[in-house]
Design a protein around this ligand. Structure first.
Ligand code: C5J
Length: 228
């Protein structure tokens, strides 16, 4: 774990330079359909408790970021009610009896405006925090994410959310290719598969931080509070 000096966050493979004015907190897809018992994720046979572990630390990070006036953006994976932005390949994948667009336990699955598509109450966005609706796994694909970040002068992303190896990692890879430095908070991201959680985080910080940095919520909160 890299040492931290003032203006940095302790992280791997080495300390992450933290510049509040150019840093955004990005909370990826903390939606009921993925995280809540009775949602789509659980209906697919997944154990949502593995994802729910990320809620409390993410809430602490969100509170600290709000207090410090950091730019905060939330994402949601989902589709238009007419499903015109749903690729036939994505609809067909998995050969599910009840899949995207169908009536699920919390309304139509991953459809905008439905109860299950929305962000969980614990991490509900506040006024002034953009919510980015994305049809894909990555937050840059078919969205104005890059424009929003560019207009704010954002250069670093601190990333929380689910799932680690799918939408979080895809977003981090897309961001890295666009020149953003990403710090993923390991206790604020979650996967239904413990081995994917471990390997996805390892991949991000491998080879000198090939996609970015991995750190812990307590160290980021300490940096926000100016304790580092
Ligand atoms: C998935 C996501 N796993 N938000 N979506 O389909 O990671």
């Amino acid at each position: 774990m890299g040492k931290a000096s003032r203006g940095t966050v302790k992280a791997e493979p080495y300390e992450f330079a933290f510049r509040p004015a150019t840093t955004a907190l990005v909370i990826v897809d903390m939606q009921r359909d993925f995280v809540e018992p009775g949602g789509f994720g659980e209906a697919l046979g997944n154990d949502v408790s593995l994802l729910r572990k990320a809620i409390a630390p993410t809430r602490r990070v969100l509170d600290a970021a709000r207090k410090a006036g950091l730019f905060i953006i939330h994402t949601r994976e989902g589709h238009r009610p007419d499903l015109s932005d749903l690729q036939p390949s994505k609809k067909a994948r998995g050969r599910l009896k009840t899949g995207i667009g169908d009536k699920g336990p919390m309304g139509r699955i991953l459809v905008r405006g439905e109860y299950g598509h929305d962000i969980i109450d614990e991490l509900k966005p506040q006024a002034g925090e953009p919510v980015l609706d994305k049809p894909g796994k990555g937050a840059f694909y078919a969205t104005d994410f890059d424009a929003i970040l560019t207009h704010r002068g954002i250069k670093q992303l601190v990333v929380c959310g689910v799932t680690t190896e799918v939408c979080v990692q895809t977003t981090v890879r897309e961001a890295n290719d666009r020149g953003y430095d990403c710090l993923v908070l390991e206790d604020c991201v979650g996967s239904y598969f413990p081995e994917f959680q471990e390997m996805a985080l390892k991949m991000i910080k491998a080879q000198g931080g090939i996609f970015g940095w991995v750190g812990k919520s307590k160290d980021f909160i300490a940096a926000i509070a100016g304790k580092r």
